[in-house]
Write a protein that binds this ligand. Structure first.
Ligand code: PCA
Length: 217
């Protein structure tokens, strides 16, 4: 019997002032599920530049996925943010969980300035919105560990014909947002539903749709 193709879905450990990371809470809920004929394997990555890259590479060797989707927390964002681009920059405003704080260093020395997601981001957006869940296309994954992992995923995918990759940032959970006067949040069950929809679309659709989702700022 042939085994189904696999999706490697990653979340992160808590970082900064948080003791929970919604990305891991959501991602682990999808571990073992079948979506769009693909078996989902969830893995936890450390929120540290070097360690995340090492763990990611080990997980890819172990899982041998055909789709990589990284998920990370973006406190302050109000919607599920489907990232379009990862840039070849590390510029950390706070130290990572290993105490490293690179400033204006490359993710991959001599790598291209940026990579675009190779998942059908507009089709994913459309399907999530159709379910009444908040989502947007984002044109920056920041310059911290999430962007680093997104760039490394796309750098590896560039070398493997049958590997596609992308990244999604998610808002705070309501319990995290409650600490601030006006911080937006998204309930875990809604994030899990939105991620399942995104993965169904990514697993079953290679060609993206034409749908305006740009910004003026
Ligand atoms: N968010 C951070 C790193 C880990 C996470 O969940 C980021 O956006 O870079």
């Amino acid at each position: 019997m042939s085994t189904p193709p696999r999706i490697l879905l990653t979340g992160f450990t808590p970082f900064g002032n948080d003791d929970i990371n919604p990305s891991w809470e959501a991602v682990r809920a999808l571990d073992g599920k079948t979506l769009g004929g693909h078996h989902v394997v969830a893995r936890l990555l450390p929120t540290a530049f070097a360690d995340s890259e090492r763990e990611l590479t080990l997980a890819i060797d172990d899982v041998r996925p055909s789709i990589l989707l990284g998920v990370g927390q973006a406190g302050g964002r109000s919607k599920l943010s489907i990232e379009r681009v990862a840039i070849n920059v590390q510029d950390a405003r706070i130290p990572d969980n290993a105490g490293e704080q690179p400033i204006d260093e490359a993710v991959v020395v001599d790598g291209p300035a940026a990579y675009f997601s190779t998942l059908p981001i507009k089709a994913m957006l459309k399907a999530i919105l159709a379910e009444g869940l908040p989502a947007e296309i984002s044109n920056t994954a920041g310059t911290f560990v999430c962007n680093h992992v997104a760039y490394v995923m796309l750098h590896l995918a560039e070398r493997h014909r049958d590997l596609r990759a992308g990244f999604i940032h998610i808002p705070y959970l309501p319990s995290q947002a409650a600490r601030f006067p006006n911080a937006p949040s998204m309930a875990k069950d809604d994030v899990v539903r939105a991620l399942s929809i995104a993965l169904e679309v990514a697993a079953t659709q290679r060609i993206d749709e034409r749908l305006g989702a740009g910004t003026l700022d």
